[in-house]
Ligand binder design. Structure first.
Ligand SMILES: C[S@@+](CC[C@H](N)C(=O)[O-])C[C@H]1O[C@@H](n2cnc3c(N)ncnc32)[C@H](O)[C@@H]1O
Length: 235
C-alpha cells in the first residue's frame, strides 16, 4: 500500500484545510492548472498535424483524477489516460471519470510502448519522487511520448511563501522535496528534452476572468503559487 492509498479518505479534506487561508476551495487551484493544460493542448494541436484524431494525453500520478472533468476529454478531442502508483485512488478516479482510461504501475517503468502519447504531464508528483529518481522519472515520461511531443510538469513553487506554508501544513507532504523551476529545466535537458518553457500560475486568490487574464500576463514572474514547465521530446 502506498502513502496515497493510506491518505485516500482524507486527501481532499487535508488539502482543503491546508489551503483554507486562501479563501478558495481546492477546485479553484485545479481549474487554474486545467486552463494552462487546455491552452497547451490547443497550441500543440495548432502547431502539429493532429487535427484528424484525438490528442493522446497521459496523466502520470493522476491521483483521484480531480482535474479530469475540467479537461472534458470526451468533448475536447482528448484521449486521456491516467496512471498512478496508488491502486485505491485509481479505483475512485475510475468511478468518477468513465471517459478516462486508468492504469496502476509500480512507479518506475510505465506500462506503455515507446512513443504512445502526444503529451505526458504530471501535476504535484515530482516532489513525492525521491530527488535521485527525478531524472529517470523524466526520461521515462519522455520515452512514452512521440518525437515532437511534450512532457509537462506542474509543481509547487518553492519561492512562494504561501506555497511553503501549505506544504508544511499538509500531512501527506511531510516527505515532499520541492524543486525550483531552474533545477527542473536542467533536469529536462539532462533527460534529453529540448526547449523547456516555464509559466508561473496562481498569483491571486480571485476567480474572475479579469484575474485569470492577469494571471496569464504574469506568467514570467517567479512568484506564482505553482509553475508549469513544458519541454519537447526531440523530433
Ligand atoms: C499530491 S498527489 C497529486 C495527484 C494529482 N496529480 C492531482 O494533482 O490531483 C501525488 C500523486 O502522485 C502519486 N505518485 C507518487 N509517486 C509516483 C510515481 N513514481 N509515479 C506515479 N505516481 C506517483 C501519488 O500516489 C499521488 O496520487
Amino acid at each position: 500500500m502506498t502513502e496515497f492509498d493510506r491518505y485516500r479518505d482524507g486527501y481532499s479534506t487535508q488539502i482543503d484545510s491546508a489551503i483554507a487561508f486562501s479563501g478558495q476551495p481546492q477546485d479553484f487551484f485545479t481549474r487554474a492548472k486545467a486552463r494552462y493544460l487546455l491552452d497547451t493542448f490547443s497550441k500543440f494541436r495548432s502547431q502539429n498535424d493532429v487535427s484528424l484524431r484525438p490528442l493522446d494525453v497521459l496523466d502520470i500520478g493522476c491521483g483521484q483524477g480531480l482535474i479530469h472533468p475540467h479537461l472534458g476529454p470526451a468533448q475536447s478531442g482528448i484521449k486521456l489516460t491516467g496512471i498512478d502508483v496508488a491502486g485505491t485512488v485509481i479505483e475512485e478516479a475510475k468511478a468518477t471519470n468513465p471517459d478516462v482510461h486508468y492504469d496502476v504501475y509500480e512507479g518506475t517503468r510505465l506500462p506503455y510502448h515507446d512513443r504512445s502519447f502526444d503529451i505526458a504531464y504530471a501535476i504535484a508528483v515530482m516532489h513525492h519522487v525521491p530527488p535521485d529518481d527525478w531524472e529517470s522519472f523524466l526520461i521515462e515520461a519522455a520515452r512514452v511520448v512521440r518525437p515532437g511531443g511534450l512532457v509537462v510538469i506542474i509543481e509547487h513553487n518553492p519561492l512562494n511563501p504561501l506555497t511553503q506554508k501549505i506544504v508544511r501544513s499538509c500531512p501527506f507532504d511531510q516527505n515532499a522535496v520541492l524543486l525550483r523551476s531552474g533545477r527542473l529545466a536542467k533536469l529536462f535537458r539532462a533527460a534529453g528534452m529540448v526547449d523547456p518553457k516555464q509559466q508561473f500560475i496562481i498569483f491571486t486568490p480571485f476567480d474572475t476572468p479579469f484575474f485569470h487574464k492577469l494571471d496569464a500576463s504574469l506568467g514570467w514572474l517567479p512568484l506564482g503559487a505553482q509553475y508549469c514547465m513544458a519541454a519537447h521530446v526531440p523530433s
